[in-house]
Write a protein that binds this ligand. Structure first.
Ligand code: FES
Ligand code: FES
Length: 217
């Protein structure tokens, strides 16, 4: 087996486990006859592979051109400092957050932009990283609460109205996630016959977060 054949196998393991467990690499070596030395040197050569498990949540600080100009490196350093991550580590001691750099997130007008899971935060500065982490954890708690309190009508044919929420980058940065979770929670709480639908950018991000309501019939 040559390196080009090895990479897809390593990619599969990375996708499955989120990193490359040593036990899996050992099995791969036994199965393919490729030496462990060659497998580990390939795994460590490509920065996309992890040899240690990452945190529960991945913080991606955009270092694309627009964000770089606005101080993305300082924001990246501030996240590491806030989470007490030092040296070669990229993950907080409680394994809650991994901090990484990312290419353009596609919302340059929000520079410096930061993504944590499906949440986008805009205009992040070193002084606001603690707020970003706090807001993200708060949003996760809200999502959990919304899931526990029930969902709006799952069947569109039962609904008397359709509520469309844009969850693209600009709308996310303007609070679309909170709107989406609140709509789910309130519709579930009052048993409203509405169908909630996620839509992509409607081109009206100047009034983000964008929500439109269509009555049925
Ligand atoms: S350069 Fe950061 S979002 Fe585009
Ligand atoms: S990102 Fe929501 S309308 Fe464009």
């Amino acid at each position: 087996m040559i390196v080009n054949d090895l990479l897809p196998r390593l990619n599969d393991l990375q996708r499955q486990f989120g990193y490359l467990p040593l036990s899996e690499l050992t099995s791969l070596a036994a199965e393919t006859g490729v030496s462990m030395a060659e497998i580990t040197s390939t795994a460590t050569f490509y920065s996309g592979f992890r040899t240690q498990p990452g945190g529960k949540y991945l913080i991606r600080v955009c270092i694309g051109a627009a964000c770089h100009v606005k101080g993305a490196e300082k924001v990246y350093d501030a996240f590491r400092r806030e989470l007490a991550i030092t040296g070669e580590d990229d993950t907080s001691a409680d394994r809650l957050f991994t901090v990484s750099k990312a290419a353009c997130l596609g919302c340059c007008m929000l520079a410096v932009a930061v993504q944590i899971e499906n949440h986008i935060f805009g205009w992040v500065e070193p002084a606001t990283v603690a707020d970003v982490i706090r807001d993200f954890l708060h949003a996760k708690a809200e999502e959990l609460a919304a899931a526990q309190e029930g969902r709006a009508s799952a069947d569109p044919t039962d609904a008397s109205a359709e509520v469309c929420v844009c969850r693209c980058s600009s709308c996310r940065a303007a609070g679309a996630e909170k709107v989406w979770q609140s709509l789910h929670r309130e519709a579930g709480r009052y048993g409203l016959p509405v169908h909630l639908r996620e839509v992509s950018c409607t081109g009206k991000s100047y009034r983000a977060p964008e929500v439109t309501i269509h009555s049925a019939g």
